[in-house]
Design a protein around this ligand. Sequence first.
Ligand SMILES: [Zn+2]
Length: 256
Amino acid sequence: MECDRATGLLSPLVDSALGPIARWQVRRHVAGCDACAEKLEELRAMRAAIRTKLIFHRAPPGLAARIGAALPREAPPEASRPWFRLPVFSFGGTGLVGALAGVALTVLVMSGQGMGGGHSEAMQAVIGSHIRSLQAEHLTDVLTSDQHTVKPWLSARLDVSPPVLELKDQGFPLVGGRQDYVDGHPTAVVVYRHAKHVINLLAWASPGAANEPPRDESRQGFNVVTWRRNGITYYAVSDVEADQLAEFAKLVAQAT
Ligand SMILES: [Zn+2]
């Protein structure tokens, strides 16, 4: 991917508006390109500033009125007059006040997208990890169907110890394990198969977080079941049918 194209996709990347493949391609480019990495960092910082600062430092009451009163009165051109009527437009009705209101609206809309964004971003990252594992020939670091090899291998490298089960008789043979870094978390991944499908079971530490029962979700053609138990967050992700993944997740969740 060229810089020009990557640059154009940075903003959608930050907005979680890219599909998994484009997202992976942009990230791969950014990983090897200092200029784009810097631009991405700037975008993220700007977004974070908008979320954390502007929201909590609201304009004091009456500011819009004072700005409106201080500016010469002029009616905005008909075409630029917004179709909606907010009280702020009655304060002088200048173009600047309108522009300020526009900024405020933009901030509100952007913060609205951010609600529940933590979960959404984690889902994107989980699916990204699944796709990388299929594309990059990096499905496993330790390739074995022996659970007594996989579990100590993961325990030795990560601070989470997900259950590594022998589920061959239930139709989910163990393939191996790998370590990954997903949504900012060092992540243990246990890899299973169901027929020709790969199931990645991701686990990362969430110390102190409340338990949450398994929950199904479908996104971008992948099924995901997520739950949290005893300070560990789990994601099972695959393109197997939702009911089969739910069955798999039930078996694993029993052991967590
Ligand atoms: Zn670049």
